[in-house]
Design a protein around this ligand. Structure first.
Ligand SMILES: Nc1ncnc2c1ncn2[C@@H]1O[C@H](COP(=O)(O)OP(=O)(O)OP(=O)(O)O)[C@@H](O)[C@H]1O
Ligand SMILES: [Mg+2]
Length: 398
């Protein structure tokens, strides 16, 4: 299933002063020779000046191909690419601006700094290639190395740098020509977890300072949610949903998005009041008195009285000791079948009354033993509602 959701930047255009578009991709498609399936299929996306947009998705979904088409390293079969108002690729007419004229910076997963050069030679290289005067090169290199936290390491040869330092040099080299757009393809995936977090923060700060557009590629959802103004989630070459990180998390447009980002518990319930435009009230099966509210992208297919699934994020479920009798309003009963200690919390598998088994999170203090009777308190609203045929992923990862 494909769901097209209007990007928030487009909505913003209509209201306030329109943000300046840095990059616009229109209906891009690409099939590699010899492949049957399209690597990228009808992709449209806009990146405003000063915005970080992330392409997120499983391996092979077409993220790098998209980035490489923007850079000019691959030609699309169909579609157009614009930088601001300037056409860069028009497949209709066969026009394609050569990569070196596109004025973009790129950083890839492999550090790709030149090992036979020092730090400053690496960073100066793009300026020399563009025939900048040496009097101009030096201050520019110094300034950008300062910005990425590599001042003082100018003379260090490439091979004597740590992974994080090499990525900083690669970043400096990509930024030294003051590109209007920076393309980052999994730039942190070879770094350890702590360094990755640090680099994420640094790139965000740098981006705010330089106010450039960044198109970022990752398959790491935390990286995507934390770094981006907008996320485009892809599967099998197709953008499944694009929107702000919170929108993607709170209002997944389809089962793929719901199950790719975070975890979701599916409770069975019955619709009390349908609502095509907003949250609908759903009574949870197996609970004496538990009605919660959720929105659905399939609201037009859902009527009062219908059986549905309610998608509830585990952090919206609280686990409490049952103190005899029926579960109070807003809660549902269950029995702990396994308790796993994972450090910051316990993860309980709970056999929920009249529902399936669910993984529920609890604090690490005073854990519940296996066999304990518990009540689950469900947050009253902010959930998603799904017709019964939307229980599992319909698009499989490649
Ligand atoms: N040069 C190529 N020739 C043929 N097929 C290719 C080529 N490059 C990529 N593909 C195929 O195109 C599809 C998309 O690949 P792409 O590299 O864009 O995926 P990706 O989303 O970047 O994946 P990953 O997260 O693994 O980097 C895949 O099925 C891949 O096998
Ligand atoms: Mg890739």
């Amino acid at each position: 299933m494909q769901t097209t959701v209007e990007p928030e930047s487009v909505k913003a255009d209509a209201k306030a002063g329109a943000p300046k578009v840095a990059v616009r991709l229109e209906n891009l498609s690409k099939t590699y020779p010899g492949n049957e399936q399209k690597a990228v299929d009808g992709l449209s996306l806009e990146i405003a000046v000063g915005e970080v947009v992330t392409l997120l998705g499983p391996s092979g979904c077409g993220k790098s191909t998209t980035l490489r088409m923007v850079a000019g390293l691959e030609e699309p079969d169909e579609g157009s690419i614009y930088f601001g108002d300037e056409a860069v690729v028009l497949t209709d007419t066969g026009f394609s601006l050569p990569p070196e004229k596109r004025n973009i910076g790129m950083v890839f997963q492999s550090y790709a700094i030149w090992p036979h050069m020092t730090v400053e030679e690496n960073v100066a290289f793009p300026l020399k290639a563009r025939k900048f005067a040496s009097a101009e090169i030096k201050p520019r290199v110094e300034a950008i190395l300062e910005m990425v936290g590599m001042a003082g390491m100018e003379k260090r040869p490439g091979p004597l740098l740590s992974g994080g330092q090499q990525q900083r040099v690669a970043l400096a080299r990509a930024l030294v020509t003051e590109p209007r757009t920076l393309l980052l393809d999994e730039p942190f995936s070879n770094l350890d977890a702590r360094l990755r977090e640090q680099m994420r923060l640094e790139v965000k700060l740098l981006q705010k300072r330089l106010n450039i557009a960044i198109l970022f590629v990752t398959h790491d959802q935390v990286e995507a949610l934390s770094l981006s103004d907008r996320v485009a989630l892809m599967n099998a070459g197709v953008v499944q949903q694009q929107g702000s990180p919170s929108m993607i998390y709170e209002e997944p447009a389809n089962v793929f998005v719901r199950d790719f980002i975070g975890k979701t518990l599916l409770f069975k319930g019955r619709v009390e009041t349908a609502n095509p435009a907003g949250p609908m009230a759903i009574r949870v099966d197996g609970a004496p008195d538990c009605v919660v509210f959720g929105r659905s992208y399939h609201a037009e297919r859902i009527e009062a009285g219908n059986a549905v699934f309610i998608g509830i994020r585990p952090e919206d479920v609280e686990i409490l000791a049952a103190s005899g009798g029926e579960a109070p309003p807003g809660m549902i009963g269950g029995t702990v079948s396994t308790a796993l200690f994972i450090g910051e919390r316990f993860e309980y598998q709970v056999a929920v009354d009249d529902q399936s088994r669910m993984i529920v999170y609890g604090g690490r203090h005073d854990p519940f033993p296996e066999g304990a009777k518990v009540w689950l308190r469900l947050r009253a609203d902010g959930h998603s509602a799904w017709p019964l045929d939307q229980s599992t992923r319909e698009t499989t990862e490649q």
